[in-house]
Design a protein around this ligand. Structure first.
Ligand SMILES: [Zn+2]
Length: 59
């Protein structure tokens, strides 16, 4: 019986830093990496919306 080992990508335990800005008219949050350029985007719903000045993750 062959030995099968689960391959874990390097750095898997590192929590990715997300933008996580909330959509102004919805409860979805941006799933792009923090400090990204361009519009915010929610990957699951494939919706995107423009960045606004002064927005925070706690919004
Ligand atoms: Zn964003």
């Amino acid at each position: 019986m062959p030995t099968q080992q689960l391959q874990q990508p390097t750095g898997w335990s590192t929590i990715p830093v997300l933008c996580f800005i909330r959509h102004p008219d919805d409860v979805i949050r941006c799933t792009l990496h923090a400090g990204h350029d361009g519009d915010h985007r929610h990957s699951y719903t494939r919706r995107d919306w423009p960045q606004r000045a002064g927005e925070t993750q706690a919004d």
